[in-house]
Design a protein around this ligand. Structure first.
Ligand SMILES: NC(=O)c1ccc[n+]([C@@H]2O[C@H](COP(=O)([O-])OP(=O)(O)OC[C@H]3O[C@@H](n4cnc5c(N)ncnc54)[C@H](OP(=O)(O)O)[C@@H]3O)[C@@H](O)[C@H]2O)c1
Length: 451
């Protein structure tokens, strides 16, 4: 049986560099610790894996380790797993928060985000969210981190460093590829309809300084089919109730809303224009905005247009707009696109930039934030124009793009015709100028081609 040691143990053979001291007990399982893993262990220390519980460092197949081997009771072990693939090594009930650290991936080789088309590394070390100093590290929680925007945000937060980052997922298990690529992340299963799982976040991660709520039923047709589920998920009452339970104003809530709060009967909506959603998705988002404004001391509500960009580390199931257009157009068959529905699509890294900018400002000075912002790209485009841009970038003929009216198709849900947005407030307040749709399409397709 192996016992927890106060300091990291090393193998007797062959001589190795010492492990970096950490302030929590570590169990090293020598026979399964691969060669050259010391740096990775050090990096585990960096990500604050411990929280006072024993940590197991090792790798191996099922059956190699068990509770009896570790002399640990259920819930006592924090697992730091070094593995190429993340097999489950220990009985589930023993684990508190498995962390997966890929083999042979020391700190200097950690993935960095692709450069933003502006040439700036979004969330990179040079734009770290906080100045490193004395005192407790700041905590950022991404609710719905397993989704499309959530994963892009987590990549940027992890690359930026300087803060402890956790995320929530709703599916049974967190996306393994994400944990594998970003080993410092903490994952929690949370259901926003009931609030189940939030208590574990406060117990283990603590009160976040910033919560970014990306969780939603984000497909309008699904909201139309099940309005009760749409309201229960999209209006974050359990999340806000949990936030209020801390009894202070120390957390900023950044909440993702949508352009579909607008009716869609004019162009370039401003934030102060009336909200009059035409579908259940928009209604649930308006209800969420009202709830947050009434309940929260510090919030930023982001009314987002269509978010487009490269695929996520752990691919999302839903089809992504640019990739879908590219795929159907590449087949050379004629495809129909609506000529009378207008949006201001926003490149995902611009949206990430907006969230990071708000986060950084809150962490720097803690000045009260109560803001509602339209977040879109600079171009008002129809689906037809979007497809034409993809065709231009790819060199496809426009002859296969057929222009049709949205009224020619029944999609089972009402869709607002023109919800293009004025983003003057965004650019003035945060100094962020989202890139053009054409540049975003180029960047998206270039990044897809390189992976
Ligand atoms: N993508 C866009 O084009 C777009 C446009 C405008 C606004 N928005 C808004 O931006 C936000 C992020 O969008 P997205 O595209 O990243 O969404 P997404 O890919 O659909 O991700 C949704 C997230 O919500 C989680 N979730 C679903 N039901 C939940 C529940 N009952 N409890 C807790 N979590 C739950 C999902 O978890 P699992 O995946 O683990 O199930 C996932 O992490 C959403 O609020 C969306 O409405 C998106």
């Amino acid at each position: 049986m192996m016992a927890a040691a106060a300091m990291p143990a090393t193998r007797d053979d062959p001589p190795r560099r010492p492990l970096r001291p950490v302030d929590w007990p570590v169990v090293v399982v020598p026979e399964i610790l691969g060669a050259g893993q010391e740096e990775a262990v050090g990096e585990g220390a960096d990500v604050g894996a411990g929280g006072g519980r024993p940590v197991v460092v090792g790798r191996g197949g099922a059956g190699q380790l068990g509770g009896a081997d570790l002399g640990a009771e259920a819930g006592e072990v924090e697992l730091l797993l070094l593995a190429e693939e993340p097999p489950l090594l220990l009985p589930r009930e023993l684990l508190v928060h498995p962390l997966v650290l890929p083999l042979g991936q020391p700190a200097r080789e950690r993935p960095r985000p692709a450069p933003h088309p502006s040439g700036v590394f979004v969330g990179g070390g040079e734009r770290s969210l906080v100045e490193m100093g004395e005192g407790e590290r700041k905590r950022v929680l991404v609710v719905g981190g397993s989704g499309y925007l959530g994963q892009h945000l987590l990549s940027a937060l992890a690359a930026g460093g300087g803060v402890d980052v956790a995320f929530t997922h709703h599916r049974e298990t967190p996306p393994q590829a994400l944990l594998h690529a970003l080993p410092g992340l903490r994952a929690f299963r949370v259901d926003l309809r009931s609030g189940d799982g939030l208590h574990a976040v406060s117990e283990s991660f603590g009160q976040p300084d910033v919560i970014v709520n990306c969780a939603a039923i984000s497909v309008p047709r699904e909201c139309e089919t099940d309005p009760a589920a749409a309201m229960a998920t999209n209006v974050p009452s359990s999340l806000v109730g949990w936030l209020l339970s801390f009894g202070n104003d120390s957390t900023l809530l950044i909440h993702l809303s949508t352009d579909q709060v607008y009716e869609g009967v004019k162009s370039f909506y401003k934030e102060e224009d009336e909200t009059l959603p035409v579908n259940m998705y928009g209604k649930s988002k308006v209800a969420a905005e009202k709830f947050i404004i009434e309940q929260c001391s510090n919030y930023a509500i982001l009314r987002s247009s269509i978010i487009y960009g490269p695929q996520t580390i752990s691919p999302v199931a839903k089809s992504l707009p640019i990739q879908w257009m590219d795929s159907v157009l590449s087949q050379g068959q004629q495809v129909q696109f609506f000529n009378d529905e207008f949006r201001c699509p926003v490149y995902v890294k611009d949206m990430v930039d907006v969230v990071l900018s708000l986060t950084k400002s809150w962490l720097a000075d803690g000045k009260a934030i109560q803001v509602l912002l339209n977040v879109g790209g600079p171009d008002r485009v129809s689906r037809l124009q979007m497809a034409e841009t993809v065709a231009d970038v790819r060199g496809y003929s426009h002859s296969i793009i057929k222009s049709v009216s949205a009224s020619s198709v029944d999609r089972g849900v009402a869709s607002p015709p023109d919800i293009s947005m004025d983003i003057t407030k965004l650019t003035q307040m945060l100094g962020i100028k989202p890139i053009s749709f054409q540049d975003g399409v180029r960047a998206t397709l270039a990044e897809e081609a390189s992976t």
